[in-house]
Design a protein around this ligand. Structure first.
Ligand code: GAL
Length: 983
């Protein structure tokens, strides 16, 4: 046995480990188990027909078991198609094999019969990019999606239609069919079954529960099923049950005689402060006692918390910001909960969200603010977080060890360690054993685990978990067991490579079956190796990358055993190529790996300087990185290593924002404003679920075709002499407000009370604003601006998205004049930026937010500002960026001011509404500006629409560009079309 003297002398406590360090020379015999064949292939639009099926263990694709490790992202929350590729690359590199996407009906449909899939809405491009990246797709086009978007994804115009939504009401189904026809026309071009794309699964509806037992509910689901099949979608369909209730399990509704192509899925968002729930092999079972609530379909978590959304700040229901979501649902949370899911027989996992993105414009539902970062593994600025570590490790594990796709519960293992729970599973075909150990206690511990006649000592941290395997194949050798978690195995050239992981500093034991003594060399790091009784034992303290070469005469190939601590594990990038697997070590991200003859052509990112090392198939002798050929040498590990380190990202300089110009608006508040072209509120009946007061006209904006953002009302009246006050009752989403003027003079601003947990649940935001008035006789005009915020979602399928928005009624104290109202909301939707980009502010209607708008007469302005005024003031400036080509800079806009100041800002970048800042509510201060919308090499236009209550001085205070991340590499970014005003 060959030992590295240097490394062994550095091991602390080797003797205490009690292992003999063996002699030398004998060979390790090839493992008894036969190699299991290549790792499952990478999905692509390969023009071949594929079969997509399942049994109760897992999905079966082309006859091979596949565990889905899926990340949720929403293309509509990243309005820059080039960056979709960036996020998809990151998912793929970090071990996800599937991307799950909602398609939001409202995002694509400005009006009935009008469906837009161009520009930032290019679903076809998204699906092509996913296929090019090598990811399966789960498509979720609703029609209802929830997802913390306006009306749960229903278009604004649908709120003004008759027909009970989410039921078999024919008036509603007519609209649904139109939507599904439009989406399915695109989806059908990307089905994996046909080899024209990678859509593997397709979801109907979303957490549909209210009408499970009612005829109208079952008829609705049957209708959706029939419609989607008629449109040519031939992959398995499913629904996501809100909890494992058995709702819409196979056989519970009419699938037209079709069997075996419907999956049961459910969602789980368990509290991080409770124990992870058991729901498969170890659970008590669903309502009917079946262990998964659907015994014939595989365990399927269609959504499982990879973070949580955050509400607006404010007094009682305070959003704390996404750092808090990431803290309470940290890497250990994900490991503890997802490994428990795996132990419970779940083989379809979808991590909601993996990249949350931005609810830009008027997309956010009332419960959330602009950022939908979600505390996800990839943050809103596309930067990796520490939460990617467990996701990467589990994803690679599931991909490289097919044993995990078919597990049965095995006899219980009793772990005599307080607080530690053990789950024992076995693959009935390969005999591989899997143990998941979970520590629900508050302290780190070392569990004593009886396995295969010995007792293993396994470190498990507080509120954490780990997975152990025994009897799995590492290629041409078999693992007897390891206390480190297996991450991957592959054959690179002549040697097998196996990677195990764990937390830095942990002592791990890895034992390989070896009939005779192997030759062992510790190439890097500290390890204690011993051969005894048919097994090679390797003990190592995890720190960086420990490398051990195991060579044995009888074995068909040498094995390179790599023990990687957490931070090292996310620098190891396995890839399959048609010529065989590749393993890259070093850079911050590997995007693509292509073998051109003897050259491994790699693309990816570095943040800091990084080493680059490549294990590749035989014959590969050269490496290129981002198009540059590197000088390499062959290492003792059998890899090619770049002689020089890859450079890190260069500096990114952001200019200060200066040169502001200012213009006040709201001419609508003036007594003599000409509103003759405005719509008269002449409707007597509303589609809203909110009652219209008897004898009053309908005032809800949706009924008059205004669905998003601000809406103006002007009401004329006479005969009000003696009036002492006017009461305006109105309804909005949370954080809505109303401001009023009488004959041009401000009456004041009323803000919706900040909702508490209860009112948020009920989704009712109605209030009455009462202002003292003394109008006297004659003719008067009331001007009212309502910031509606958004429509409620419809989670319980009771039409809550149709709650009214805008004014409800007006009454006077001391007089009863009849008010004749006119209404004005948003202009026709921006044909490029879409229906959710704009509300009805004067400046928006005039295009003040657009690049190229010529603001004659705008006055210079300097921040911080302090001005007391009720109404709207706009600020515009331009700035130039010159980020170096090849640098991916992620940039945000940060607003800061004295939190006592009552104002809010809509942020327009090159005409795109990047969100809403509420200075005295928070918690969001930084708004991500996605590259593509942001011109990183040229001029940008920024416009701020500031709405001030008039109760305090108003800002803006500080407004700065902020660097949120940078990397050398990135993806090519095509500018997002940002037209100016039509002249
Ligand atoms: C689920 C729902 C998703 C999303 C999530 C919370 O219940 O299906 O659309 O709303 O909750 O973020």
């Amino acid at each position: 046995m060959v030992l590295s003297r240097r490394t062994f002398s550095t091991i602390a406590g080797t003797a205490a480990l009690g292992l003999s360090l063996g002699g030398s020379g004998e060979a390790c015999v090839a493992a008894a188990t036969a190699p299991t064949g290549p790792a499952p292939g990478t999905p692509a639009a390969d023009r071949r027909r594929h079969t997509v099926g399942f049994d109760h263990y897992s999905m079966i694709v082309d006859g091979r078991r596949v565990v889905l490790w899926s990340g949720e992202m929403h293309p509509f929350r990243l309005p820059s198609p080039s960056l979709w590729r960036d996020v998809l690359h990151k998912l793929r590199a970090h071990g996800y094999n599937t991307v799950s996407v909602y398609v939001s009906w409202n995002y694509h449909s400005p009006a009935p019969g009008s469906y837009d899939f161009t520009g930032v809405r290019d679903l076809d491009l998204f699906l092509r990019t996913a296929a090019e990246t090598g990811l399966y797709v789960t498509l979720r086009p609703g029609p209802y999606i929830n997802a913390e978007v306006d009306a749960g994804g229903f278009p604004g115009w649908l709120t003004a239609t008759r027909g009970r939504a989410r039921t078999a009401d024919p008036a509603y189904l007519r609209h649904v069919d139109e939507w599904l026809t439009a989406v399915n026309r695109i989806a059908v071009r990307h089905l994996y079954t046909r080899g024209t794309g990678t859509i593997l699964l397709y979801q109907l509806e979303n957490e549909y529960a209210n009408h499970v037992t009612e005829h109208t509910g079952r008829a609705y689901m049957a209708h959706l099923y029939r419609k989607v099949r008629a449109d040519g979608i031939d992959v398995p369909l499913f629904h996501n049950d809100k909890g494992r209730n058995g709702h819409w399990a196979p056989g519970t509704f009419d699938t037209g005689g079709e069997r075996g192509r419907w999956l049961y899925g459910f969602d789980g968002y368990p509290s991080p402060f409770k124990r992870p729930p058991d729901w498969g092999y170890f659970g008590r079972g669903g309502p009917e006692g079946g262990s998964t609530a659907s015994p014939r379909t595989p365990g399927f978590l269609a959504e499982f918390g990879g973070g949580w959304f955050d509400p607006w700040g404010g007094a009682e229901f305070r959003g704390k910001g996404y750092a808090e979501s990431r803290r309470t649902r940290d890497a250990a949370y994900e490991r503890r909960f997802y490994l428990t899911n795996l132990a419970n027989g779940i083989t379809l996992h979808n991590v909601y969200m993996t990249f949350g993105g931005t609810s830009w414009g008027w997309l956010p539902a009332p419960v959330v603010y602009t950022s939908y970062d979600y505390g996800a593994a990839l943050d809103e600025a596309r930067q990796p977080t520490a939460k990617l570590v467990p996701m990467h490790q589990i994803g690679q594990l599931l991909h490289h060890f097919p044993d995990l796709a078919k597990l049965d519960r095995a006899e219980d293992v009793s772990v005599a360690t307080p607080g530690v729970r053990a789950y024992h599973l076995v693959n009935p075909d390969t005999g591989a054993h899997i143990l998941v150990l979970r520590n629900d206690g508050p302290s780190d511990t070392v569990a004593a685990v009886p396995l295969g006649g010995t007792t293993l000592r396994v470190p498990v941290r507080a509120l954490d978990a780990r997975l152990l395997a025994a009897g799995i194949s590492l290629g041409r050798r078999t693992l007897r067991h390891s206390t480190a978690q297996p991450m991957l195995r592959l054959a690179a050239g002549r040697q097998d490579v196996a990677v195990f992981t764990g937390r830095t500093g942990e002592v791990t034991e890895t034992v390989l079956e070896c009939a005779v003594r192997p030759a062992v060399t510790v190439l890097e790091g500290a390890a204690d190796c011993a051969y005894d009784n048919g097994a090679l034992r390797v003990r190592a303290r995890l720190d960086g990358l420990t490398r051990i070469a195991v060579t044995g005469g009888g074995a068909a190939a040498p094995l390179l055993l790599l023990l990687a601590d957490d931070r090292t594990s996310v620098r190891l990038w396995p890839r399959t190529t048609p010529s065989g697997p590749v393993l890259v070590y070093g850079p911050a991200l590997l995007r693509t790996a292509v073998l051109h003859g003897p050259t491994a052509a790699l693309t990816g990112d570095t943040t800091e300087e990084a080493d680059l090392e490549v294990w590749a198939p035989r014959g590969v002798a050269a490496v290129a990185w981002n198009g540059t050929r590197l000088r390499t040498r062959v290492t003792r590990s059998g890899s090619l290593r770049a002689e020089r380190r890859l450079p890190g990202a260069g500096a990114v300089r952001l200019p200060p924002l200066t040169g502001w110009r200012r213009k006040a608006e709201n001419p609508e508040s003036a007594a003599d404003f000409d509103d003759s072209a405005w719509r008269t509120t002449d409707l007597a009946r509303s589609a809203a679920t909110t009652p219209v007061p008897a004898g009053e006209p309908v005032l809800f904006a949706d009924d008059y075709g205004f669905h998003y953002g601000d809406v103006w009302y002007r009401g004329r009246f006479e005969g009000a002499a003696g009036a002492r006050s006017v009461s305006l009752s109105y309804i909005t989403g949370t954080q809505g407000l109303l401001m009023a003027w009488l004959d041009g003079r401000p009456l004041g601003t009323h803000r919706m009370p900040v909702p508490d947990a209860k009112t948020v649940r009920q989704g009712t935001w109605t209030a009455t604003a009462t202002f003292p008035v003394a109008p006297g006789g004659g003719s008067h005009v009331l001007s009212v601006l309502v910031r509606r915020m958004q429509h409620d979602q419809d989670g319980r399928a009771d039409d809550t998205h149709k709650a009214g928005r805008g004014l409800v009624s007006v009454t006077f104290d001391g007089a009863s004049p009849a008010v004749r109202w006119r209404i004005r909301g948003e202009a026709a939707p921006d044909p490029v930026r879409g229906p959710l980009n704009n509300g009805g502010l004067y400046g928006e209607r005039q295009g003040w937010h657009l690049p190229g708008f010529r603001g004659h007469g705008w006055k210079p302005a300097y921040f911080p500002r302090s001005e007391r005024r009720q109404g709207v003031v706009w600020y515009r400036t331009r700035f130039r960026l010159s980020v170096a080509p090849g640098t991916d800079a992620s940039i945000g806009l940060t607003l800061m001011d004295d939190p006592a100041r009552a104002y809010r800002v809509q942020i327009f970048l090159n005409g795109w509404n990047m969100g809403q800042y509420i200075n005295d509510v928070g918690p969001q201060h930084t708004f991500v500006l996605p590259n593509g919308v942001l011109n990183t090499r040229g001029v940008n236009t920024l416009a701020l629409a500031v709405l001030s209550d008039g109760t305090t001085p108003s800002g803006p205070g500080r407004v700065d560009l902020t660097l949120l991340g940078r990397a050398a590499g990135g993806v090519p970014v095509t500018p997002v079309n940002s037209p100016g005003p039509a002249h």
